[in-house]
Ligand binder design. Structure first.
Ligand code: UTP
Length: 287
């Protein structure tokens, strides 16, 4: 079985929920305290043993390339200015991982964003981490590593899921599981069901795919002007190969959504060594 060493991070979407902030600044670059969201996501991939990250971007997202580019001049200036702690932060995210970029020429949907990485991924299994979903599992395994561990036993595609409230199912891809329990084969998937969801297990921004997903995505009938949904590809994939849902451990923030972003900002600031005490005091002072 091939090892899972490559990750795809789709980050080419329009970010309409975050306008006007996302007009000029990619929403994946908006900081949660002092690090852009995308840096936490790359860090999760790195901590999970991933060696190569493919960032799917568009020409509006050049700031992402700038962020992950080595900046030796800034690092040197900070060292000369006796700021070694800051100097260490400038390039640490580029260490120990290869980052490449694939251009998504138009926002054709999440399925399309993944399909454009086919020439780079080829026949390798890979993980997908959505560029606006943070999952935190303090003290435990990162969610990507949890999926990789399951893959090493199953050798099949796995969707990271968690149960959501019935009222929330219309926001997510919902799986139709074969059995109950933390790991189950799935027999179907429904995108954002308004009523009668097949379960409460929602796919929350983390996936592990065998390369079969590419042929499945290519087989999705295309409708001009409509996005290529990843869910449509998964529906085809599960007719050809086993697809599992794994209920991961961790707390997920949708930072592409304003409330999710604010929640992450508060929670991360309460854990930030420089400001945690001040933020806590401030929050207590609020009525
Ligand atoms: P979202 O649907 O959350 O992002 O996609 P969006 O389309 O940018 O956001 P809204 O709904 O307009 O506010 C999840 C992830 O997939 C990427 C996004 O950048 C985001 O990180 N994505 C989405 C792509 O890379 N390409 C696409 O065509 C669509």
């Amino acid at each position: 079985m091939k090892k899972v060493e490559v990750a795809v991070i789709p980050a080419a979407g329009l970010g309409t929920r975050f306008l006007p902030a996302s007009k000029a600044i990619p929403k994946e670059m908006l900081p949660i305290v002092d690090r852009p969201t995308i840096e936490y996501i790359v860090a999760e991939a790195k901590a999970s043993g991933i060696k190569e990250v493919i960032l799917v971007i568009s020409d509006r997202k050049q700031a992402i390339i700038e962020h992950f580019k080595e900046n030796t001049m800034l690092e040197t200036m900070l060292r000369e200015d006796s700021k070694p702690d800051l100097a260490a932060l400038v390039n640490e995210m580029c260490d120990g991982i290869k980052i490449t970029y694939v251009d998504q020429k138009y926002p054709g949907g999440l399925g399309h964003a993944i399909l454009v990485t086919k020439p780079v991924i080829q026949d390798r299994p890979f993980v997908v981490l959505l560029g606006d979903d943070l999952v935190i599992n303090d003290g435990g395994l990162p969610v990507t590593k949890q999926l990789i561990n399951e893959y090493e036993k199953l050798g099949a595609s796995i969707l990271g899921v968690q149960e959501v409230a019935q009222s929330e199912t219309s926001k997510y891809g919902i799986v139709d599981p074969v059995t109950s329990g933390n790991l189950t084969l799935i027999k179907g998937m429904v995108e954002k069901p308004i009523s009668n969801p097949p379960s409460l297990k929602a796919v929350l921004g983390r996936y592990l795919f065998t390369a079969d997903i590419f042929t499945a995505l290519e087989a999705v009938p295309r409708v001009p002007g409509k996005e290529l949904q990843l869910t449509s590809g998964i529906e085809i994939l599960l007719k050809q190969a086993p697809v599992y849902a794994y209920t991961f451990t961790g707390f997920r923030y949708d930072v592409g959504d304003k409330f999710g972003f604010v929640k992450a900002t508060i929670d991360f600031s309460l854990k930030h060594k420089e400001i945690a005490a001040k933020v806590e005091e401030y929050l207590k002072s609020l009525k």
